[in-house]
Unconditional design. Sequence first.
Length: 270
Amino acid sequence: MLVVNNIFKTFNPGTPDEVRALQGVSFSLDEGGFLVVIGTNGSGKTSLLNAVAGSFFIDSGEILIDGVDVGPMAEHQRASLIGRVFQNPFLGTAADMTIEENLTLAAKRGKRRGLGLCLNAAAAAGIKERVKSLTMALEDRMTNIVGSLSGGQRQALTLLMATWSKPKLLLLDEHTAALDPKTAKKVVELTEDVIKKHRLTTLMVTHSMQQAVNLGDRIIMMHKGRIVYDFKGDEKRLLRAGDLLALFNEIRRKEQIDISAAEMLQRNYI
């Protein structure tokens, strides 16, 4: 369903600020699959998600979603295929609009819009019922301004909006990182429920090793713009958070050895 084929992206090429964010990344994700991407800061995991979302154009390679080559398409042109939940709870909703109005927009996403009434009684009742499924006591606050809600409530609404029309691909961009542990746990539970209910194909980036082992059916670990580990099947199911941390530490150890060796060679050359 999602095919990423040998993609490259370099920011600020040929300058002192050059960053080789993605260096030949390739993988495929079957329909209904749930892939978790982990890596240290600067590993390329967020760049990968942004490349799929269309936040920037890749330098080379291919990205296909449900057989559609989205590489040449701008971010807004991919919107009908993709639902996305950001790390910042304030990015996924319109703060000055009501809960009801936000969800009405989500329900109309990707559909033709005429001059008819957007929110009739039947539509309002349907929206209220889906809000009730969040179990956050928001169904009786439908006319409240979204900006008055907590970060966790807004993130739950963003998740509902992003998945309202069952997108071909759901992107989760460290969507619990800004929440307190209790609220993050609640949002993770909601995430699992909606993905299972709609059998959504999902690509999730996280810093949480516990989330990585608990969620999804596959993990890829990135480092310096490349995929260095790919765990699936029984190998993924047997992983523990400590195993992933050990791999991170091993990567750092090897990197330090390489740096030390390079410094030694440089001193000998001088």
